[in-house]
Design a binder for this molecule. Structure first.
Ligand code: PMP
Length: 362
């Protein structure tokens, strides 16, 4: 095996080493199957067990009530930008409320506008997406709306809700792509929650969608088979050939979270300690490193900051890479530095980054 860098990439992102080693061992032939997971039928009993185990792992970690179903849908989180309004806004006669705390939430809006009326009820754009609304700040949030859409962690700007807004009886829809399974959540508050796997829970190719089943009564007739949530529930995520390998890896990651980490409360503790270490270094650098997000909205997953100018940032990235610290370049739309410290980033990786940042400044 070649040397592994500490990979701070925002996604596809680092995976737990024990999971990668298990994949390597399983790859030529799954125990008792005689073929790899890449080669077996998605209708086989063996794949059925993997799918059930992945659903069970997610449900157990989140404490999911029976009212909600776990689905595995291809097409990335961005397909959900379209499926959500197709299923929940089209023909509803209502509008949808979108809270914009960053670039991903903003990208979801034009897709929803193709399906009906959209109200951007709060936008952090004037402040460069550096913060989130305070509880109760948004007037009439969700009143008479088909749903409220929120992005719980904005990956590009590094802005995260500590607690998502209360939408009362109006369905709350959440893009949790870059924080899924990083901490316990009150999952019963969400009508629909989705997350592309390639940040915290697996490889690219599958999106986890958690949907409260009573929502399906609102789905209008006439949707294409593959775009109708009712079909995903009815066929237990097997309408067609699923992204089987990605689901298999998601299953291994949930087992790692349960058996080796000890669940989401333990994961949260570890993630908060990692983030605190980095933010403390930024805050005590006398302005040499300048954090992007306002302190109370800082992401525990994507730590974004800048140096004095682009030349210095380029040098920072180059020297970091030479030290085995990769993937630190900020998103092309905003620049700067972004350290993504998802579940699988070990505390040693953050310690190595902090040591480097201290030395670089000196
Ligand atoms: N939402 C968020 C919060 C994201 O971080 C991303 C990917 N970076 C997306 C949506 C888009 O995900 P995908 O590439 O799976 O469509």
């Amino acid at each position: 095996m070649g040397e592994r860098f500490f990979n701070f990439s925002a996604g596809p992102a680092t995976l737990p080493l024990p999971v990668l080693e298990r994949i390597r061992d399983d790859l030529p032939s799954l125990a008792g199957v005689g073929a790899s997971v890449l080669e077996i039928s998605h209708r086989s009993a063996h794949f059925g067990e993997i799918l059930e185990s992945a659903k069970d792992g997610i449900s157990r970690l989140l404490g999911l009530p029976d009212t909600h179903k776990v689905l595995f849908v291809p097409g990335g989180a961005r397909l959900q930008f379209s499926m959500v309004p197709m299923n929940l806004l089209r023909g509803s006669g209502k509008r949808a409320d979108y809270i914009l705390t960053g670039s991903w939430g903003r990208k979801a809006v034009p897709e929803a506008e193709l399906e009906g009326d959209v109200r951007v009820c709060w936008s952090g754009e004037p402040d460069g997406y550096s913060t989130v609304p305070a509880a109760g700040e948004i007037a009439d949030l969700g009143a008479d709306a088909a749903y409220v859409h929120v992005t719980s962690n904005e990956t590009i700007e590094g802005v995260q809700f500590t607690e998502v807004p209360d939408t009362g009886a109006t369905p709350l829809v959440c893009d949790a792509s870059s924080e899924f399974l990083s901490r316990p959540i009150a999952v019963d508050r969400y009508a629909l929650l989705y997350a592309g796997a390639q940040k915290n829970v697996g490889p690219a190719g599958v999106t986890i969608v958690i949907v409260r089943e009573d929502l399906l009564e609102r789905v209008p007739a006439g949707l294409h088979t593959m775009l109708d949530y009712r079909n995903w529930v009815k066929h237990d995520s097997l309408i067609n050939t699923p992204p089987a390998f990605a689901i298999y890896v998601v299953n291994l990651v949930t087992r790692w979270l349960i058996e080796e980490i000890g669940g989401l409360a333990a994961m949260q503790k570890r993630n908060e300690a990692k983030a605190a270490r980095l933010y403390e270094l930024i805050d005590s650098s006398d302005g040499y490193y300048r954090g992007h997000a306002r302190a109370d909205a800082r992401s525990k997953m994507n730590v974004t900051f800048r140096l004095a100018d682009a030349d210095l940032e380029a040098r920072f990235l180059e020297e970091a890479a030479a030290r085995g610290l990769s993937g630190l370049k900020g998103h092309r739309s905003v620049g700067g530095i972004r350290a993504s410290i998802y579940n699988a980033m070990p505390p040693e990786g953050v310690a190595a980054l902090c040591d480097f940042m201290t030395e670089f400044r000196a």
